[in-house]
Design a protein around this ligand. Sequence first.
Ligand code: FDA
Length: 387
Amino acid sequence: MSQLYDAIIIGAGAAGLFCAATAGQRGRRVLLLDHNAEPGRKILISGGGRCNFTNLGTVPDRFLSAGPHFAKSALARYTPHDFLALIEAHGIAWHEKTLGQLFCDGSARQVVDMLLAECAKGGVELRLGQPVGPAEHRDGRFHLEGASAPALVIACGGPSIPKLGASGLAYELARQFGLKVVEPRPALVPLTLGGDDVLFRELSGVAAPVEARCGKAAFREAALFTHRGLSGPAILQVSSYWKRGDPVEIDFVPQVASGWLGQAKRAAPKKALRSVLGEHLPDRLAQALGDRLDLSGDLGNMTDKALAAAEQRLSRWAFMPNGSEGFAKAEVTAGGISTAELSSQTMAARKMPGLFVIGEAVDVTGWLGGYNFQWAWASARAAGVAV
Ligand code: FDA
């Protein structure tokens, strides 16, 4: 005899915990399963241990998806202010760091404890540290792990960072129940450099505020050179838009107005180009870029045309990444279970009554900066009130 529940949720991460709490507090009997012994492992290490739990700038166009309008409904019905109200109700101190990003003053553990307390309030049964086996659907119920329920919520995320417990189970279940999957790819991930760009690896550890661009996407934040290529927030952001073969363009001097090198020449013709670059960039970077610009000597000896060309190059330095650091290092997975298969109101599968998909398992991926957790909370709430 299987144990009877109203809903079984697979994955005790951000989305699964919040969905379970929501449904449980509505009086639903909920079973929450995870193969990790500890719930919310990604929450615990997120935001450098302080969890960037939401972003006040949450708007739908800061999310990537093959269904560009899909996230609107859930995001509008559960906003950053709603989650903040919950954080405050639990007495968790928080601060805004930059760009609308909200973090705990203390530790990410407070967010996990809050979610567990909310689950306890809803009488949610947690079963952790056991592999979650295959699910079956018969007689209008989902059966797995000796339990059955008319609703099954897939909240087991994407394959990014397997060492934290990530797996492809969400996609296996999707395929089993006939839902299409948009090809998953690593996102918010460092990019690797090869070819001529390899020379930049000597700058490993150097960071600078830049504007990084890929196609129409542009982010003004810090970039960091690494021993494998490029990282830092600006690069992680563009990586979500990057495809193999695309160049990534970097403006190393986004803060200066066009014509700045000509002006510098008129103001101080005896200055060397490299020292002018050094006024705007870290020394090692100024040196490396100066070497590659192939202009030596004083500004006064350079033609305005050559300086304009140098300016152009500095503001559109094209790198050709040869790959990314992959799922092992990707903060999130872009792609996932197709939004075309789901109701944007409830996250329910259109073709399979009772099946729901939430969080990172869905083909909705946020920018860096608290957007992915906001999607986890909003999609979890949408399903939690519907199961
Ligand atoms: P999540 O990955 O949280 O949970 C999935 C759960 O399913 C896990 O508990 C896992 O163990 C379980 N599971 C997986 N496979 C299973 C299987 N086969 N059987 C049973 N259980 C299984 N976002 C943000 O907004 N702000 C931030 O500060 C950060 N910081 C950050 C840092 C790092 C290092 C990473 C890797 C990621 C972030 N993120 C982030 C992204 C954020 O962590 C992510 O978007 C959410 O955790 C997604 O929530 P989900 O609940 O969908 O998946």
